[in-house]
Design a protein around this ligand. Structure first.
Ligand code: CA
Length: 657
C-alpha cells in the first residue's frame, strides 16, 4: 500500500499514515471513508442529501460513528449502499472543541464548498475522455508557456464566445471563435496559431473569494479552499458537484486536442481562512508552521502550510498525482515555492516521475516574507538553493525580468528602455542562468524560467508606458513597440523555458493597474481587438516562436549550448552566437541586440570558425524563418533593434527543399 518514500527525519507529534485511500473509496455497493485525525477523541460522519447551506430542504441522511486506528491516526467507516451524489462532512471532536468540516481530501463539493460529496467519477468523464492524452514536451526548455486566467480568456464581448460560456471552462471548447464581424481568431482559435506549447491557468482549484451563487465578483483565486476540486464559479452549475468536474475535463480535452498542454497554478503554501480550513478543523495546529502558538506568515496571507511535516507533504504529493492522473494535467507551477522545503519538492519530482518524467514543475523561488518561513534558509526553494533541486524543477528568473524592463511597478528603466546598467543580468539570463562566466544559480537551462511579465504587477505594455511617462494605453508609438519587441526577443531567444503573460504579444493593458487580483473585468479581461490593433507586434512574437522552434540549441536543457555560445558585450550591444550540430537546421545563429538610440556596428564572434555569409531573419520590424536580406560586412544594427542572423549555407539548404 505504501508507495511514497519519506526521508524526513523530523520527529512527528502523531502517528502518520501512508495509505493511498484517504478521502473516500466508492463502489455501487458501498463507500469507505477514511480521515486522518490523530488528535480527535471522536469523529462522526454526517451524510446529507444536498450540498448547500442555502437549500432549506437539506436533509441529514444519517450521523455515523467512525472507528479509530491508533497505529495510523486514521478514522474509517464503510457505509453500505450506493452513495453516489451524497454529501458529507466530518464532525471532529478534539481538546480544542467540536468542528464540523469538509474532508481535507474532498474530490467534489457543493456550491461554495459547503459540504464534501461522494461521486462516481465514471460519470464525470466527457465523451472521448478515454482517448484524451497528455501533451508533453521532451524537456522543459521545449515548452513555451502562456499564462491565462480562465475568466480573462473569454469574458469580453470581443472574444466572440457564446454568451453562456464566457468566462467559463467551456469557453475553451469553442474552437472557431472570431472577433465579432471579422475573421480575426480569438481564444482557442487564436491559440492554435500562436505557436505556444502550454497554457498555465491561474488557480482553477476551488477557492474562496468568489461567491459561486452569484459569480459576479472577480478574483485571481489565490485563496485555496479545496485543493482537489475544480473551482465552481467557472462552471455552468456550481451546485451539482459533478458538473464542474466534467466541464473542467472538457476544457483539458479541448486544449489537448489542439496540441496544447495544461499547467495548473498550485497554491499549497497557504489557505483562504485558517480557522475555516478543513486542515485546521480536522487536526488543529498540525498542518501549519507555528511558533509560540502563532501562525507563521511567509505566505503573506496569514498562514503558511508545513510541507516539512509528513502529512502535509503527503497531501501535496497525493493532490498533484491526483490532478495529473484524474484530470490529465501536464505541469504544475508552484506559487511561493520558497515556502516549501527542498526535500519535499524533490520527492514530489520523484513521485510525478512515476507517472511521467515530462510533467513540468517550476515555481516562484521566493516567499512573501522570509523571516516568517519557519524552515531554515538552507532548506527552502530559493535561487540560492536551486542546485539542490532536480534539474527539472524550474524557477522564475526575476534577475532577468528586472534586467529586461526595470523594477516591476515603478518608472525605472531596464535594458529595453535603454538602461546601460542591466545588460549583465540579461546575458546571465539568456544563458539560462547556467553560465559559469556570467552567473549560474541554476544547474542547467531546464531550471530557468525566462520571462518579462506575469499576472502579478504591471503588464509589460503598461510597464513600458509608465517608464516612458506615457498614459495612453492605446498608443501605437513605434518607440514603445520597439521596446516591447526587444523584450520578446530576449525572452524567446534565450536558453531556458520562456513564459509570457497572455496578451503580452499584443500589448495587453490593464490600464496601469499593477495588482488587479480583484479588479473588474474591464481591467482584467483580454481585449481581443488588440490582436488587430497590434498585429505587427503579434506577428513578431509568432516569428520569434518559429525561430526558437527551428534552432535546437536554444532549447538545449543541458549546459552544452551554454558552453558552445559566444557572447560579445560592449555596454549597449549584446551579441550572442551559437552553433548547431543538428541536421537540417540552421548551423550558425546570432542574436544581436542594440538598446541605444543610434545604429551600432555588428560584431559576430565565436570560439568556432564562423561563415562569412549570413541571412537576416529578424530585424526591428519582422521576425520569422524567411530572409529579410543579406548581411553585409560593416553593416550596422539599427537603433533599438534585435537582429537575428543565420548562416547562408544552411539557410539555402533548408529553403531548397
Ligand atoms: Ca469556490
Amino acid at each position: 500500500m505504501s508507495t511514497i518514500a519519506y526521508y524526513s527525519n523530523k520527529p512527528e507529534l502523531y502517528p502518520t499514515y501512508d495509505g493511498n485511500d484517504l478521502g473516500y473509496t466508492y463502489s455501487k455497493d458501498s463507500t469507505t471513508f477514511k480521515v486522518w485525525a490523530p488528535s480527535a477523541k471522536q469523529v462522526l460522519l454526517k451524510l446529507y442529501s444536498t450540498g448547500s447551506f442555502y437549500e432549506k430542504d437539506a436533509t441529514v441522511l444519517g450521523i455515523k460513528q467512525m472507528l479509530f486506528d491508533p497505529q495510523t491516526g486514521v478514522w474509517s467507516l464503510t457505509v453500505k449502499g450506493d452513495l453516489n451524489k451524497t454529501f458529507y462532512t466530518y464532525v471532529v471532536q478534539t481538546e480544542k472543541g467540536v468542528n464540523e468540516t469538509n474532508d481535507v481530501y474532498s474530490k467534489a463539493v457543493g456550491v461554495n464548498s459547503a459540504r464534501s460529496m461522494v461521486l462516481d467519477f465514471n460519470e464525470t468523464n466527457p465523451q472521448g475522455w478515454e482517448d484524451d492524452k497528455h501533451i508533453f514536451v521532451d524537456k522543459p526548455t521545449d515548452a513555451i508557456v502562456w499564462e491565462v486566467h480562465v475568466r480573462d480568456f473569454s469574458s469580453s464581448d470581443s472574444s466572440g464566445v457564446s454568451k453562456v460560456n464566457r468566462g467559463t471552462y467551456l469557453a475553451f471548447t469553442e474552437e472557431d471563435t472570431v472577433i465579432p464581424c471579422s475573421n480575426y481568431p480569438t481564444c482557442m482559435n487564436y491559440l492554435k496559431t500562436l505557436g505556444i506549447t502550454h497554457v498555465q491557468l491561474n488557480p482553477v482549484f476551488d477557492f474562496g473569494s468568489i461567491n459561486e451563487v452569484t459569480g459576479v465578483e472577480y478574483n485571481w483565486g489565490y485563496d485555496p479552499v479545496n485543493y482537489n476540486v475544480p473551482e465552481g464559479s467557472y462552471s455552468s452549475d456550481p451546485y451539482h458537484g459533478e458538473v464542474r468536474i466534467r466541464e473542467f475535463k472538457e476544457m483539458v480535452k479541448s486544449l489537448h486536442k489542439n496540441g496544447i498542454g495544461v499547467i495548473m497554478d498550485v497554491v499549497y503554501n497557504h489557505v483562504y481562512s485558517t480557522a475555516d480550513s478543513p486542515f485546521e478543523k480536522t487536526v488543529p495546529g498540525y498542518y501549519f508552521r507555528m511558533q509560540d502558538g502563532r501562525y507563521l506568515n511567509s505566505s503573506g496571507c496569514g498562514n503558511v502550510t508545513a510541507s516539512d511535516k509528513v502529512m502535509f507533504r503527503k497531501f501535496m504529493i497525493d493532490s498533484l498525482k491526483y490532478w495529473a492522473e484524474e484530470y490529465h494535467i501536464d505541469g504544475f507551477r508552484f506559487d511561493l515555492m520558497c515556502c516549501h522545503d527542498i526535500e519535499t519538492m524533490n520527492i514530489i519530482r520523484e513521485e510525478l516521475d512515476k507517472i511521467d518524467k515530462r510533467i513540468l514543475m517550476y515555481g516562484e523561488p521566493w516567499t512573501a516574507n522570509d523571516a516568517e518561513n519557519g524552515i531554515s534558509g538552507e532548506d527552502c526553494c530559493n535561487k540560492a538553493n536551486a542546485k539542490k533541486l532536480s534539474d527539472r524543477i524550474g524557477m522564475f528568473n526575476d534577475d532577468m525580468r528586472h534586467g529586461i524592463k526595470g523594477r516591476n511597478d515603478d518608472d525605472s528603466k531596464g535594458y529595453i528602455q535603454g538602461s546601460t546598467h542591466s545588460a549583465y543580468n540579461i546575458i546571465a539570463g539568456s544563458m539560462g542562468a547556467s553560465s559559469t562566466t556570467f552567473g549560474n544559480w541554476a544547474n542547467a537551462p531546464s531550471q530557468c524560467v525566462t520571462y518579462a511579465s506575469a499576472h502579478d504587477n504591471l503588464t509589460l505594455w503598461d510597464k513600458i508606458l509608465k517608464s516612458n511617462w506615457c498614459n495612453d494605453y492605446f498608443t501605437t508609438d513605434e518607440l514603445y513597440l520597439s521596446q516591447n519587441k526587444l523584450s520578446a526577443a530576449l525572452v524567446l531567444i534565450s536558453l531556458g523555458m520562456p513564459f509570457i503573460l497572455a496578451g503580452e504579444e499584443f500589448a495587453r493593458t490593464k490600464l496601469g493597474d499593477h495588482n488587479s487580483y480583484r479588479s473588474p473585468d474591464n481591467v482584467n479581461s483580454i481585449d481581443w481587438c488588440r490582436t488587430v490593433a497590434y498585429e505587427g507586434l503579434l506577428e513578431y512574437y509568432k516569428g520569434l516562436i518559429k525561430i526558437r522552434r527551428a534552432f535546437s540549441p536554444l532549447r538545449d536543457s543541458t549546459t552544452k549550448a551554454v558552453n558552445d555560445t559566444y557572447i560579445v558585450y560592449n555596454g549597449r550591444i549584446i551579441s550572442i552566437t551559437g552553433v548547431n550540430d543538428k541536421e537540417n537546421e540552421f548551423k550558425y545563429f546570432s542574436l544581436i541586440v542594440n538598446n541605444s538610440d543610434t545604429p551600432a556596428p555588428i560584431e559576430i564572434k565565436s570560439q568556432f570558425e564562423l561563415p562569412k555569409k549570413w541571412k537576416i531573419i529578424a530585424d526591428s520590424k519582422k521576425a520569422g524563418l524567411t530572409s529579410l536580406g543579406d548581411y553585409e560586412e560593416n553593416m550596422q544594427i539599427p537603433a533599438r533593434c534585435a537582429m537575428i542572423l543565420v548562416d547562408e549555407e544552411s539557410y539555402n539548404k533548408i529553403n531548397q527543399k
